[in-house]
Design a protein around this ligand. Structure first.
Ligand code: TXA
Ligand code: MG
Length: 325
């Protein structure tokens, strides 16, 4: 059931979490599908609801660094990035603490744990009221487009989630940056709204993880992901018959294969991530526009080139996975 977030419904949601039920809730990045991270039976429901492979570890959400400290080992680097970016869209991979009160299902075959302290007021209130760390992946069926609005969650998981705490569209619209601090060099495993440059301002030796041993490092990044039900075609310079266009910047030089400019496309076939070419605006619109164009009437989505700099790296990462066959 979808319920508008307010102190009463947040308290109800916190009760459901403590009773071992699932709750979908808003964060500043995307909607999460939450369960009490200390309760294995509850965490198992996440995997079942999403159809998520059991080897894919979960992010455990905490209310602050003090709660994180009960679960993971926090070194000087971790303390520094937490001070800079928490609460906010940064997930840290850290060595698990001995006897940490968290279900093994959150970190299958791993001696590390992903922790994140979200900024969204509703997420913070829920964590506060529940009083337990909350394991939460994005609230979509595994492999599909991430949800940035409560309606996306309703459509994808409405039948299996007892409660969706609704609070409008997510502000940043792209998942958190995942930073691995379990090894010698800080490595970004998943590009996100915080860029490499943002992280390097605090940890100058941070780098983007190279793909070879990705299987071990970030199991979730292996998969075809973020995928609409129709094909996605990248770096399009024109639009084929029946295709929708996901534009970025000026569309002056884009044309329809059948003739004419793309301004002829009906609304249900055209979205522009950012007419002014602003990558942050594009990031916040990405998933919502993919949802909007993913209709049976469209035979595919043609996507214009997006510069691979700053947040563009995270946007292109999502688009590449969406276009995987
Ligand atoms: O913005 C976000 O991070 C959202 C909101 C709900 O917080 N959550 C999210 O979760 O995107 P999910 O499950 O869709 O993505 C988690 C990513 C996956 O790629 C997973 O493999 C990786 O984090 N991950 C989790 N634990 C890990 C660990 N111990 N080591 C390496 N990667 C891990
Ligand atoms: Mg996800």
């Amino acid at each position: 059931m979808m319920k508008q977030a307010n102190p009463d419904t947040i308290a109800q949601a916190a009760n459901l979490i403590r009773q071992g039920a699932l709750v979908a809730f808003p964060t500043e990045t995307v909607y999460g599908l939450g369960a009490d991270a200390t309760n294995g039976a509850a965490v198992a429901k996440i995997f079942a609801a999403k159809g998520r492979p059991s080897f894919n570890p979960l992010i455990v959400h905490v209310s602050d660094a003090t709660q994180a400290e009960q679960l993971v080992q926090i070194d000087k680097r971790a303390r520094e990035v937490m001070a800079h970016f928490w609460p906010g869209p940064l997930t840290l991979i850290l060595p698990l603490k001995d006897g940490a009160p968290v279900s093994d299902l959150c970190h299958p075959d791993l001696d590390t744990l992903a922790v994140r302290c979200p900024q969204h007021a509703v997420a913070r209130a829920l964590l506060h009221d529940a009083g337990v760390p909350i394991a939460a992946p994005s609230a979509n069926r595994s492999g599909h487009i991430s949800p940035t609005a409560p309606q996306h969650v309703q459509k994808s998981l409405g039948e299996v989630v007892p409660m969706i705490l609704a609070d409008g569209a997510c502000e940043t619209g792209l998942e958190s940056t995942v930073l691995d601090l379990s090894g010698e060099t800080p490595e970004i495993l998943r590009a996100g709204i915080l860029t490499l440059e943002d992280i390097q301002a605090v940890l100058p030796d941070a780098k983007i993880h190279e793909a070879q041993d990705e299987k071990v490092k970030s199991p979730g990044m292996l998969l075809k992901h973020y995928a609409p039900t129709i094909p996605v075609r990248l770096n399009a310079v024109d639009v084929e018959d029946g295709e929708a266009l996901l534009a970025f910047g000026s569309t002056k030089f884009m044309s329809l294969k059948s003739g004419g400019g793309v301004d002829k496309l009906p609304e249900e076939r055209l979205r522009n991530l950012s007419e002014t070419g602003d990558l942050y605006e594009a990031a916040s619109n990405l998933f919502a526009y993919m949802h909007a164009l993913d209709t049976p009437e469209n035979k595919g989505i043609a996507v214009m080139n997006i510069p691979n700099i700053g947040v563009g790296i995270a946007i292109n990462d999502r688009l590449k996975r969406a276009a995987e066959n």
